[in-house]
Design a protein around this ligand. Sequence first.
Ligand code: FAD
Length: 462
Amino acid sequence: MPGEKKHFVIIGGGPAGTACATHAARMGARVTLIEKDLIGGAAHLLDCIPSKAMIATGGAMSQMNAAVDMGLARVDVELDFEALRERIVSIEDRLESSVSRLLESQGVNIIEGTGRLTGTHTVAVDRNDGGTEELTADVILLSTGSRPRIPEWAPIDGERVLTTRHAYPPPELPTKLIVIGSGVTGVEFVNMFNSFGSEVALIVSRQQVLPGKDPEVAAALEQSFIDRGVKLVMGARAEKIEVSPDAENNNERVCVFCDDGRIVKGSHVLMAIGSMPNSEGLGLDEIGVENEWGYVSIDHNCATNLKHIYAAGDLSGKLPLSSVASMQGRKIAEHAMGMHAGPHRHIDYEKAASAIFTDPEIADVGLAEADAFAEGRKIRVTKVPFSVSAKALINNDSRGFVKIVSDPATGVVLGGSIVGRHAAELISVLALAVTAGLTVTDLVESLFVHPALAEVLGEAAE
Ligand SMILES: Cc1cc2nc3c(=O)[nH]c(=O)nc-3n(C[C@H](O)[C@H](O)[C@H](O)COP(=O)(O)OP(=O)(O)OC[C@H]3O[C@@H](n4cnc5c(N)ncnc54)[C@H](O)[C@@H]3O)c2cc1C
């Protein structure tokens, strides 16, 4: 009807869904957001935020334990598991209420329930209060996220055999934790529990942790794990887990059997071997929304094969990051509201900055040195260690380096990696350079604060 507001129906209230909802509402759309659990999504409640909160506590412990080297006579720290649990819940509560307030202030109608497609323009909701309703939509966004992948041989019980979702914090502090999976999530959990004082073993299916990352970066992390007493079980694929609750030795209650015959024993095991999409029951196949193994196929506008149905976040099978999910949500709102008629930028997933919250932190953006070599592309690589930085010495932590990849002909910054304290913050400078097409000269000539770790970015660009 002319003059009527466009009606967006969004299924899933994580970063993708909430970003789309607020932007569409701001642009004048009528928006209904369906969420079956809590606003903020798995990102705020189960994955990203609680894991970072625990890592921050572990980081504070590690720093305090190292503080005697900074002129203090003695520092005693002890983990208070109950206080940690309360802290995580309070962060989650605050985030949930601030996002809910934002949505309400924009006039977004939130329905608590489970949504599914029933037609190309209709969505049914099984409300949490037992009722049902059907909504008619001009625009539909599918943003139901993902969950941990659990192989059939893993007897997950939430007690001894955990997924990442049982770990905030787990029922008890593992005395000896076995982590299966050495991707981003796995290594973050290794870091977290190692800093809490648990003995940790990491099962790595290849010959490098963080498969696909710059080998120099991965090697720096492996070395830091070895220095911190983490046992690396390299080149082994876990294929069976046995739990013996009555074993006398707590550190032998869980046995992980690997394909090469090795057996790793511990008190608990945590599975971190990837994720799978929350697409069951969404009605994708019934309505004809193209998907691959449940990941919804999207074009550069995040539209599916049905152009008024969009998908974003982990469900879209692109980069599984909160930052990417939010940006997709925002871009979808703009596109569906017709704001992309003029010049605009599509999301360039290759330019997304990402970080791994280990100790030291790891972050990267854009073109990786190894990928450039594999493509036979000419690049210039410059690298400077943090040991040259006054601020790193002041911080009593000069581990790591900054590496910048640039175009030898034009000097344009194409990518970079940072290993070291605050890498997740520092990478923003390189992310901006990569997105804005800045050159190494721009970085060299920037007047950074002194003393600051960012100065190393300027030096690495020389
Ligand atoms: C351990 C861990 C740590 C992470 N750390 C980071 C990090 O540091 N930085 C980062 O950028 N990313 C991180 N991520 C990734 C990040 O959490 C995800 O990329 C992000 O949550 C994806 O957002 P989303 O909106 O797609 O989905 P989600 O956040 O998963 O939200 C989806 C929502 O949809 C709801 N839902 C599902 N089905 C239905 C339905 N049928 N009807 C109604 N509601 C439904 C769910 O209840 C959920 O609330 C981490 C992931 C993990 C596992």
